[in-house]
Design a protein around this ligand. Structure first.
Ligand SMILES: *[C@@H]1O[C@H](CO)[C@@H](O)[C@H](O)[C@H]1NC(C)=O
Ligand SMILES: *[C@@H]1O[C@H](CO)[C@@H](O)[C@H](O)[C@H]1NC(C)=O
Ligand SMILES: [Fe+2]
Length: 249
């Protein structure tokens, strides 16, 4: 498990990807004070599709309110930033960085999260949908159960709000898996890192249904992990994993 230090590099590079993605679709024209505007990606399943493991009420609030709020605030901050750049107001530009980082992080995380969940009865929710990933999980943690135990321990070790991720780390031709947890403002994935799946440990992700029963949430989330998405991300690149963001500009 890794601390938070690496993580700053990470969001920075993600934000850069983000801006590149944005400008590919919609040129960033400071002169006209325009800024990229993001929209809420729709869920690949219905709000009640993850029941009984995650209630429809949680899914609807989490997606239509919490995720939407990150996007609304991100768009507002980007617009204000474009204006600040236009008027050479460097003080405002600096003070906007925190809001941009936080809200872009929320948008990225949630976009990845929805895609890495699937209805429990679907074939995607079976780990057999991820044969290559499973092979590497086996060689890293000895088997799937030990891996899940390690992941759950990491999730339950998060103090306050945060996320747990399984990531693929690429160093030259080598690749390995790692479990990382991050808090508050830390980013998801740096250069050379591919998010395989993430679990949201903010209270808004489970509280209405599980109250303080974090361990039950963490146990049940395995019923709705989308192993097909996990396998695709494992076999693909960082850009592939983040391509969901392109659709939301
Ligand atoms: C996004 O995920 C990162 C990495 O796990 C986390 O540190 C950060 O708090 C998340 N941002 C939000 C707004 O949830
Ligand atoms: C992973 O290990 C388990 C337990 O040893 C084994 O049953 C399973 O077939 C292995 N899966 C893969 C994809 O290697
Ligand atoms: Fe969330």
């Amino acid at each position: 498990m890794r601390g938070t230090l690496n993580a700053s590099v990470v969001l920075f590079s993600l934000l850069r990807t983000f801006t590149v993605l944005a400008s590919a679709q919609q040129p960033f024209q400071y002169g006209e004070m325009s800024a990229p505007q993001y929209t809420l990606p729709s869920l690949p399943y219905a709000y009640d599709a993850l029941e009984p493991h995650i209630s429809a009420q949680i899914m609807e609030l989490h997606h239509s309110k919490h995720h939407q709020t990150y996007i609304t605030n991100l768009n507002a901050a980007l617009k204000t930033q474009a204006e600040a750049v236009h008027s050479s107001d460097i003080t405002s530009q600096v003070s906007l960085q925190r809001a941009i980082k936080f809200n872009a992080g929320g948008h990225i995380n949630h976009s990845l999260f929805w895609q890495n969940l699937a209805p429990a009865s679907s074939s995607e929710a079976k780990s057999s949908a991820a044969p290559e990933l499973l092979r590497q999980i086996n060689s890293t943690w000895s088997d799937e159960d030990e891996f899940k135990e390690a992941f759950n321990a990491a999730l339950l070790g998060i103090q306050g709000s945060g996320w747990g991720w399984l990531i693929k780390v690429e160093v030259g031709k080598e690749q390995r898996l790692a479990i990382v947890t991050t808090k508050d403002q830390d980013p998801v994935v740096g250069m050379g890192e591919v998010p395989i799946f993430g679990v949201d440990m903010w209270e808004h992700a489970y509280y209405l249904q599980y109250q303080n029963g974090k361990a039950a949430y963490v146990k049940n989330i395995w019923n709705v992990i989308n192993w097909k998405t996990a396998e695709d991300r494992y076999l693909g690149s960082r850009a592939d994993a983040l391509s969901v963001l392109k659709a939301s500009i």
